[in-house]
Design a binder for this molecule. Structure first.
Ligand SMILES: [Zn+2]
Length: 105
């Protein structure tokens, strides 16, 4: 019964897959990058992951984009059938920290 209901509803990813995401992010966080506002969703067999990535504001767009490409690729390797959305933010911009909930003011 539980399984058939889950099959019809969107749910967050199971804990082991959320752990796999955190593990994929670890090396980046060790390098001084920060992540927040992580949301996960499963719809049928398709998985969706979104989060914000905070880097030094002085970084070029090129550098930031390369980082996001690498992070997204690592998560795709860690979890099957996943679509990853990221949002790049500056560590030095206060507004980066005010947008961690679903309903942004
Ligand atoms: Zn943010």
């Amino acid at each position: 019964m539980r399984k058939s209901v889950l099959g019809l509803m969107d749910t967050a990813l199971p804990v082991e897959e959320q752990n796999a995401i955190h593990k994929a992010l670890e090396p980046y966080i060790r390098d001084g990058v920060q992540c927040h506002a992580l949301l996960t969703r499963q719809s049928g067999s398709r998985r969706f992951v979104s989060f914000h990535v905070l880097v030094p504001g002085i970084w070029t767009v090129q550098r930031g984009h390369e980082l996001l490409e690498n992070i997204e690729a690592d998560i795709r390797r860690a979890i099957p059938s996943v679509t990853v959305f990221t949002h790049l933010e500056s560590l030095s911009d206060p507004t980066s920290w005010q947008d961690t909930t679903l309903d942004r003011g």
